[in-house]
Design a binder for this molecule. Structure first.
Ligand SMILES: [Zn+2]
Length: 313
């Protein structure tokens, strides 16, 4: 059997992971070749777990501030209630509320509850022949990614987790070797340190800096893979937090950043339209030229982008 480049990539990724983390990954890779719908379009959705929008300025995060300065942004976007990681990311990635996607718990119950019951944006893009990938830092994301709907999926096993350093290493390899049209990345630190030491405190600020550095490394790899103007980034969060927790309808938990940056993004400025986490999936599909499913609650944030004659161009 011929060892193709993807198999070699998987082997090399597994080898590199063994050196950088103790959490064993699950890696799914595509085996068949599907013609791409629009192979020149690339969208990267980055979710920073527990990032409050006011943390970007408070902790002087240089990369996030650059995205705000150069992109179109909202610091008043809203997540779903309950404002917790797995249901919120399910809404971010499926474009629907929890009563439609069905994920109301916040740990890995794949063995007993199965995976998400509606397609994620990755699955929908994949159905249209686009290359899709996801690199996440928590094992509970196994609920959101059906094997076969994502060309390259790297996730901790069980309920494991790893740091953004490990995530970035995987992202760099996937970007260069796989050149996905749609890539989802999840970075974990602000949530982790918020729970341990409190939101907006010293260690939370350190975690924001870690995430900021990770985003910078992802952008550098994306520049290399697609060219500086060859891709669009949507950066957001699943929830905020206060004290040492989140999950309620407190505005400090419900309010999230939403930033569009890069290709096709309109001249810099603050978005005044209503944005919620379901807007992310709709916007990503719209950018890729994929029809938005009728079931979507979320709509594309058109105000963030240059006016176009043909949708998706
Ligand atoms: Zn979270």
């Amino acid at each position: 059997m011929r060892l193709d480049s993807r198999l070699l990539l998987a082997i090399s990724l597994l080898a590199s992971l063994a050196a950088c983390t103790s959490a064993r990954p699950i890696v799914f890779s595509r085996t068949e070749s599907v013609p791409a719908l629009n192979s020149d379009r690339h969208v990267i959705v980055i979710s920073i777990d527990g990032l409050r929008p006011d943390a970007i300025q408070r902790f002087d995060a240089p990369t996030l501030q650059r995205l705000v300065r150069e992109g179109r942004f909202s610091l008043t976007a809203q997540t779903i209630h309950p404002s917790v990681t797995l249901p919120s990311h399910a809404s971010m990635m499926t474009g629907v509320d929890p009563d439609q996607h069905g994920i109301t718990w916040n740990d890995n119950r794949v063995a007993t509850r199965g995976r998400v019951r509606v397609p994620t944006m990755l699955a929908t893009a994949h159905q249209h022949g686009l290359r899709t990938a996801a690199v996440v830092s928590k094992g509970k994301f196994n609920h959101l990614l059906e094997p076969g709907s994502v060309d390259h999926f790297v996730v901790p096993e069980g309920d494991g987790s790893w740091s953004s350093d490990s995530t970035v290493e995987w992202v760099e390899d996937v970007l260069i070797a796989d050149r996905p049209n749609l890539l989802f990345v999840h970075l974990p630190e602000p949530d982790r340190y918020g729970h341990l030491f409190g939101w907006m405190g010293y260690f939370y600020g350190w975690a924001v800096a870690e995430s900021d550095g990770a985003v910078g490394e992802i952008l550098a790899s994306a520049d290399e893979a697609f060219g500086r103007d060859g891709y669009t980034v949507i950066l957001s969060a699943d929830h905020g937090g206060h004290d040492r927790d989140h999950g309620t309808d407190d505005p400090r938990s419900m309010t999230i950043p939403w930033i569009a940056w890069g290709r096709r993004v309109a001249p810099a400025g603050e978005l005044t339209c209503e944005i919620h986490t379901m807007s992310t999936a709709a916007t990503a599909l719209w950018l890729l030229g994929v029809p938005i499913p009728e079931s979507y609650v979320g709509q594309p944030v058109l105000d963030a982008f240059e006016p176009v004659v043909e949708p998706g161009r």
